[in-house]
Design a protein around this ligand. Structure first.
Ligand SMILES: Cc1cc2nc3c(=O)[nH]c(=O)nc-3n(C[C@H](O)[C@H](O)[C@H](O)COP(=O)(O)OP(=O)(O)OC[C@H]3O[C@@H](n4cnc5c(N)ncnc54)[C@H](O)[C@@H]3O)c2cc1C
Ligand code: SF4
Length: 479
């Protein structure tokens, strides 16, 4: 362990350098987000109630931030919660994991005047956690049950938000998911220290209690085709996310101990959930005592390096081909990782993996940034004679995700996709080219954010409602 890591372990008392680190409930607390009643009030009262709420404009859900801050400052916490919940199906989740520095907080007028942002996300988390504690959050009670049913494929935030919105209207909802637990990446992607799993589980339990049916361990494509689900339901929402890891085609790529990010994170999350994870317990997917190299510069890479630190790795390096300013990951996450002792190897790409059967070293090339490419970002170019070696006992590849081939998987070859493989939908209605089949979340956007998945789920629910009302009206006309 480096000195910095040891310091981090000391600061974060919750993270002793032991393996039970992943199973103790108190470890789930994000050490940077300790937030108490008085602090929430104090932060909320800093909101200047400016005439142009840029924070609200830059929140994908257009949350009425100034008003719930005002209510919090006045101690009217129930009203604050009700307002926050009215535009967001999981305010406590967004409060914890939205990259606020790029969204609401980054556009706070107080921040821009140089006085430090109002910590909007922490207040949002606080008022909703408080509402759970006070027992103000109740399951949906449907007044008028409707006979029409909707099949939702995928129990991630997009699918769950749509399910809740549609159930509130009275529709019969069945959510199908291939995993054993609902929550999508909220459960098996995002680590415990950023998002405690009980926060997700109490939400899905609430939805179940409100009459939403969950069918887990159900892989659409194997256990049913899309067409079979279409026959069963009046409308379908596809919210399957994107899971195919982007690959790295280099000599030595098949050596042992080179893992895709999701394999590593899922093992760690399962362990945190109390599952028996053999590959973790036998050390294969556990970074304790090892030299770790994570390749990539996005939020997934940050989750991998920070999880490695918590598993008590000997050293953790993050290899990224651009520089800090051009990193796609949240600046706050990078700062957190640096503080925890992660070493960033900027402007570097792997050239080759070396080892006998198992990874031992990476051969790395240095990069210089050239002219901007079509995306406007400066193009990385390899510097001649710049090779150097990095020692690694384990390499984690966090290079991003592509969509799976859904038309093939679903046996629906006529389901239209974009050139990136995401589902093609009508811009206004979110309907695919198949009538009554809608889509939401990462499967239409590519890898994105939870808050956008929730927004999509809510928008798709609106369109599905309209579609079903038209369908019903047509039926009545014919009758
Ligand atoms: C490691 C990691 C960390 C992240 N951290 C953050 C963060 O800090 N903040 C943030 O805002 N965003 C973060 N994201 C992104 C965020 O998690 C996603 O944008 C969001 O979860 C997308 O929601 P979704 O509902 O579209 O898909 P998902 O959450 O991926 O859910 C899709 C669900 O569909 C199911 N499914 C897929 N195919 C099938 C099938 N054929 N049959 C049945 N079920 C199927 C899956 O099992 C899954 O449960 C992170 C992503 C990753 C990978
Ligand atoms: S949902 Fe995200 S962007 Fe919107 S107010 Fe909450 S933390 Fe900010």
């Amino acid at each position: 362990m480096t000195e910095k890591m040891l310091k981090f372990v000391k600061i974060g008392q919750q993270t002793p350098p032991k393996r039970e680190i992943l199973t103790r409930k108190e470890d789930f607390n994000e050490i940077y987000k300790e937030f108490i009643d008085e602090k929430a009030k104090e932060q909320s009262s800093r909101c200047s109630q400016c005439g142009v709420p840029f924070c609200q404009v830059h929140c994908p859900l257009s949350n009425n931030i100034p008003d719930w801050l005002k209510l919090t400052a006045e101690g009217r916490l129930k009203e604050a919660y009700e307002l926050a919940q009215s535009t967001n199906n999981m305010p406590e989740v967004c409060g914890r994991i939205c990259p606020q520095d790029r969204l609401c907080e980054g556009n706070c007028v107080i921040e821009q005047s140089g006085h430090g942002t109002v910590t909007i996300g922490s207040v949002e988390k606080y008022i909703t956690d408080n509402a759970w504690d006070q027992d103000w959050i109740k399951p949906i009670k449907v007044k008028n049950e409707k006979s029409q049913s909707i099949g939702i494929i995928g129990a991630g935030p997009a699918g769950l938000a749509a399910a809740e919105q549609l159930r509130q209207i009275g529709y019969q909802i069945t959510v199908y998911d291939r995993y054993d637990r609902a929550g999508g990446l909220l459960i098996y992607g995002i680590p415990n220290f950023k998002l405690e799993k009980f926060v997700v589980e109490r939400r899905t339990k609430l939805l179940q209690e409100g009459g939403i049916k969950f069918i887990q361990n159900f892989l659409v494509g194997k256990d049913a085709t899309l067409e079979q689900l279409q026959e069963k339901h009046d409308a379908i929402l596809i919210a399957t996310g994107v899971y195919k890891p982007k690959e790295i085609e280099l000599p030595g790529k098949d050596l042992k101990n080179i893992f895709p990010a999701m394999e590593f994170l899922t093992a760690s999350n399962r362990k945190g959930l109390g599952d028996k994870v053999e590959l973790f317990d036998n050390g294969t997917l556990n970074t304790e005592g090892k030299d770790i190299v994570v390749i990539g510069g996005g939020d997934t890479a940050m989750d991998c390096v920070r999880t490695s630190v918590r598993q008590n790795a000997k050293s953790v390096k993050c290899l990224y081909r651009r520089d800090k300013e051009n990193m796609p990951g949240s600046a706050r996450e990078v700062a957190n990782a640096e503080e925890e002792g992660v070493e960033f190897v900027w402007l570097s790409v792997p050239k080759e993996f070396l080892g006998i059967n198992t990874i031992e070293n990476l051969v790395v090339n240095k990069i210089k940034l050239g002219e901007p490419d079509d995306s406007g970002r400066r193009k990385p170019e390899i510097q001649k004679n710049s090779e150097f070696n990095l020692k690694a006992d384990m390499v984690i590849k966090a290079l991003g995700f592509d969509p799976e081939n859904l038309p093939k998987l679903f046996s629906s070859e006529d389901l239209r996709v974009t050139r990136w493989g995401t589902l093609k939908t009508d811009f206004d209605t979110m309907e695919t080219n198949l009538s009554g089949v809608f889509a939401a979340g990462d499967i239409i956007r590519g890898a994105s954010l939870v808050v956008w998945a929730i927004k999509d789920g809510r928008d798709a629910a609106q369109s599905i409602k309209k579609f079903l009302e038209n369908k019903e009206a047509k039926k009545m006309k014919v009758a």
